[in-house]
Design a protein around this ligand. Structure first.
Ligand SMILES: [Zn+2]
Length: 434
């Protein structure tokens, strides 16, 4: 029963998308935070080599895995819809990028993924074979909409890796399809699969001049229809409190406990507002992520987030002032504040080239889907790439419950994402001058 596919194109792409997806998720590509090289883990290179072979097999040019673990390849354009098919990319000259990340999150087990395809979802709870993991539609509203879909899950004890191997499989299936159908007009497509996105490093060593694209799209979203051109602006703040360590037996009047001061700083920050657990939509937050240390020296790490750069600055100021005020109550204590910018809201950079989101909207609509425009309460590779000069909004992949053992993806929605990529090529080939 083909009823749940968004189009015949999606239905035609589905077997290839699923086949590739099931192959990629079995490769352990979990990244790790304390990276000393790029990529942070060798498994990402294993997937990279598989993708290089598959891109070459599909007929792409200039395919390679670079020294930092980035896969790139080119599908030359075939003229501005005139179908001369000489493969020289002599059409309107637009070069459009397609990007997905190869690594999976370090936040849940990622080794030994054994995917399961649950055909024709019946609307009930999906019980996975291991660790009593259950996908319950009562707590997963997105699942309720997938009646009749084929749902892919892990086995209950690992993440699935749809974030972002769904995006990888969709781009692979779409460019293979376009390469096999030279009669379909397309611009030159540059493909890149990046390492270490989950640890915030996916854009770090991305060579934008070499990539040579006018704009790009990450396939790293979730619910079918999502088109995201707005992310948080993000700053990390690290406070170091220095006290005076003395043996507790001789501490009278001498010990200055840095841990106690650190705890007081956290306690003095707003807790009924300005936290991830009390905010939604467009509101930002100050979020302590880690306290470590001893009585002599304590370190508190925070992430600070907002969509508005001015408000973000005010949150950072509030944090600095609170830390300074609390530390000042003990004149012998010392405070050090380190503020590090992580990424900026991509909106300003993406909206400078309106055609980027317009084309994506047109492609999603051409697939019969109403675009969902929601800002991301987080960042993507595209946040930093956009700021670095490559406007890169984010598209849906069809995966859900990321970074958890309940992660799942709909085959029909993954196929829809691949179909949107095929249609995106068509939109750009028709009018590349906008
Ligand atoms: Zn992702």
């Amino acid at each position: 029963m083909p009823g749940s596919y968004t189009s015949e194109l999606a239905e035609a792409l589905a077997p290839d998308v699923l086949d590739r997806f099931l192959r990629y998720v079995r490769i352990d590509t979990q990244s790790r935070r304390d990276r000393t090289s790029s990529p942070s883990t060798p498994g990402q290179l294993d997937l990279g080599r598989v993708l290089v072979a598959e891109l070459e097999e599909a007929g792409l040019n200039d395919v390679r895995l670079d020294d930092n673990g980035y896969v790139i390849g080119t599908l030359p354009g075939n003229g501005n819809g005139n179908g001369n098919g000489d493969g020289n990319g002599d059409g309107n000259g637009d070069v459009i990028g397609l990007i997905a990340h190869m690594d999976t999150s370090p936040d849940a087990p990622g080794r030994g993924v054994e995917p399961i395809v649950h055909r024709a979802y019946d609307g009930g709870a999906i019980e996975l074979p291991r660790e009593g993991t259950v996908l319950d539609p009562a707590t997963m509203p997105e699942l309720v909409d997938k009646l009749g879909h084929d749902i892919v899950t892990g086995s209950g004890d690992t993440l699935l890796g749809a974030d972002d191997k769904a995006g990888v499989a969709e781009i692979m299936a779409a460019v293979a399809y376009l390469a096999a159908h030279p009669e379909l007009p397309r611009p030159t497509l540059r493909v890149s699969f990046t390492p270490d996105e989950e640890i915030g490093e996916g854009a770090t060593l991305f060579d934008i001049p070499r990539f040579g694209a006018r704009c790009a799209y990450t396939l790293d979203g979730s619910e079918v229809g999502e088109l995201q051109d707005e992310t948080f602006s993000a700053v990390e703040v690290v406070l170091i409190v220095r006290g005076i360590e003395v043996h507790p037996g001789q501490a009278t009047g001498k010990l200055v406990n840095a841990l106690r001061i650190a705890a007081q700083i956290v306690a003095a920050l707003p807790s009924a507002t300005l936290t991830p657990e009390t905010t939604a939509d467009r509101d930002g937050f100050i979020h302590p992520t880690e306290i470590t240390g001893t009585a002599g020296k304590a370190e508190v790490r925070f992430i600070v987030r907002d969509f508005d750069d001015d408000l973000l600055g005010r949150h950072v100021e509030l944090l600095e002032q609170t830390a300074a005020r609390i530390t000042a109550t003990e004149p012998r204590a010392r405070l050090e504040v380190n503020v590090r910018e992580q990424y900026r809201n991509m909106r300003r950079f993406v909206s400078a080239v309106p055609k980027v989101t317009d084309a994506a909207e047109a492609a999603i609509r051409a697939e019969g889907i109403e675009p969902i425009r929601r800002p991301i309460r987080g960042g993507t590779d595209g946040s930093r790439l956009s700021e670095m000069g490559l406007p890169t909004p984010n598209l849906f992949t069809g995966g859900h419950e990321y970074h958890s053992v309940r992660e799942w993806a709909s085959v029909q929605d993954m196929a829809a994402a691949a179909a949107v990529v095929v249609r995106l090529a068509d939109v750009w080939s028709r009018d590349g001058n906008g």
